[in-house]
Design a protein around this ligand. Structure first.
Ligand code: AMP
Ligand code: MG
Length: 281
C-alpha cells in the first residue's frame, strides 16, 4: 500500500478530520501482523540515511504535530530508533522563551533546521504558532493568515536549499486521548508526562480540530506535504510514518560521493605498506 498517497493532504483540497478514521489499520489486523514490514522499513531507512549522510548534499525535515497524548514522543523514539545519531537531530518546541518570543516566530525553528546530510525531527514546530496561538486568541485572525503565507515561503526556501520536508499530523480520537490520560495516571513510568494543560486543553478540542483543518488546507504543498496519520493504534502510526519517511528518502536516492583520492594510487600505497609490514612481522 502506498501510504504516502493514501494519507497525503492534496494541495488545495478541503480537510475534514471527522471523516478520517483514526483507528484505520489497513490490511494489517494486528501489531504482530505488521512487525515484519516495520523491521524491513527500519533496515531500509538505516541504509538510506547512511547514504544521505555520506552524500552530504541534501537533508530531511520531519515535522510532528498532534494534540496532547497524540504520540509525538513515541513516534520520535520509533523513527529515531532506526537512525544513526551522528546524522540526526531532534528538537522539541515548547512555550517560547523570552528570547524566542522577542523574535519573529520562525527564528527559533530556522536555527535548528537540518544541515546537509542530516535528518531533523521536530516534536511540535513553528506550526504551534498558527495552532495554540489561534485557539487561545494570542494572535489575531489576520496575523494567522499572514503566518500561513510566511510558513509556505519558509518551507519553499528550505526545499530550494535541498531539504525534503515531511509533515505529519497524528490523528487520534477524543476517546483515545482520554484512554491515554488514564494510562498516564495509572503507570508510574508515565506520570511524569501529566500536565495540567492535558485537561485544560480538552474543552478546546473542536477549536483545535478547526485550526488543524485550516492549517492543513493552507500549508500542504507538493514540496512540503502534510500527512494525516491514523494514530489510535501506535503500531500502525509507527508503520505508516516509518514507511512514508523511508519511501521519501528512497526517492531522493542519495549517492555515495566519489572517493576524494585516486584509488589506484592508494592501492599502490597499501601494497607498499603491506610489503613493509610483512618484512617486519
Ligand atoms: P509538550 O509537548 O507536552 O512538552 O508541551 C509543550 C507545550 O508548549 C504545549 O502546550 C504547546 O502548545 C506549547 N507551545 C509550543 N509552541 C508554542 C508557541 N509557539 N506558543 C505557545 N505555546 C507553545
Ligand atoms: Mg504534553
Amino acid at each position: 500500500v502506498n501510504y504516502s498517497k493514501k494519507f497525503a493532504v492534496e494541495p488545495g483540497s478541503a480537510v475534514r478530520l471527522d471523516d478520517m478514521d483514526p483507528s484505520f489499520t489497513g490490511k494489517h489486523a494486528s501489531e504482530d501482523d505488521a512487525k515484519a514490514a516495520v523491521a524491513k522499513d527500519r533496515e531500509r531507512l538505516a541504509e538510506l540515511q547512511y547514504r544521505l549522510y555520506a552524500e552530504n548534499q541534501r537533508s530531511v525535515l520531519i515535522v510532528l504535530q498532534a494534540l496532547d497524548a497524540g504520540g509525538k514522543d513515541g513516534t520520535v523514539r520509533h523513527v529515531f530508533g532506526a537512525l544513526n545519531p551522528q546524522g540526526a537531530t531532534a528538537h522539541s518546541f515548547k512555550v517560547p522563551t523570552a528570547e524566542e518570543a522577542a523574535h519573529d516566530f520562525l527564528w527559533r525553528a530556522h536555527k535548528v533546521t537540518p544541515a546537509r546530510g542530516q535528518i531533523a525531527i521536530f516534536n511540535r514546530s513553528y506550526y504551534e504558532d498558527v495552532l495554540v496561538t489561534r485557539v487561545h486568541g494570542l494572535v489575531s485572525k489576520d496575523a494567522i493568515e499572514k503566518r500561513y503565507d510566511r510558513i509556505v515561503e519558509f518551507e519553499k526556501n528550505l526545499a530550494q536549499a535541498g531539504t525534503r520536508i515531511l509533515k505529519f499530523f497524528l490523528h487520534i480520537s477524543a476517546d483515545e486521548q482520554l484512554r491515554r490520560f488514564e494510562q498516564r495516571l495509572d503507570d508510574p513510568r508515565r506520570q511524569w508526562k501529566i500536565s495540567e494543560s492535558d485537561y485544560s486543553e480538552r474543552p478546546y478540542w473542536d477549536a483545535y480540530r478547526k485550526a488543524y483543518e485550516d492549517t492543513l488546507e493552507r500549508t500542504s504543498t507538493n514540496r512540503a506535504p502534510w500527512y494525516v496519520i491514523p494514530a489510535n493504534h501506535k503500531w500502525f502510526r509507527n508503520l505508516a510514518v516509518g514507511r512514508i519517511v523511508t519511501d521519501a528518502v528512497d526517492e531522493l536516492d542519495p549517492k555515495y560521493p566519489p572517493p576524494a583520492v585516486d584509488i589506484e594510487k592508494m592501492r599502490a600505497a597499501f601494497h607498499a605498506a603491506a610489503e613493509l609490514s610483512t618484512g617486519t612481522a
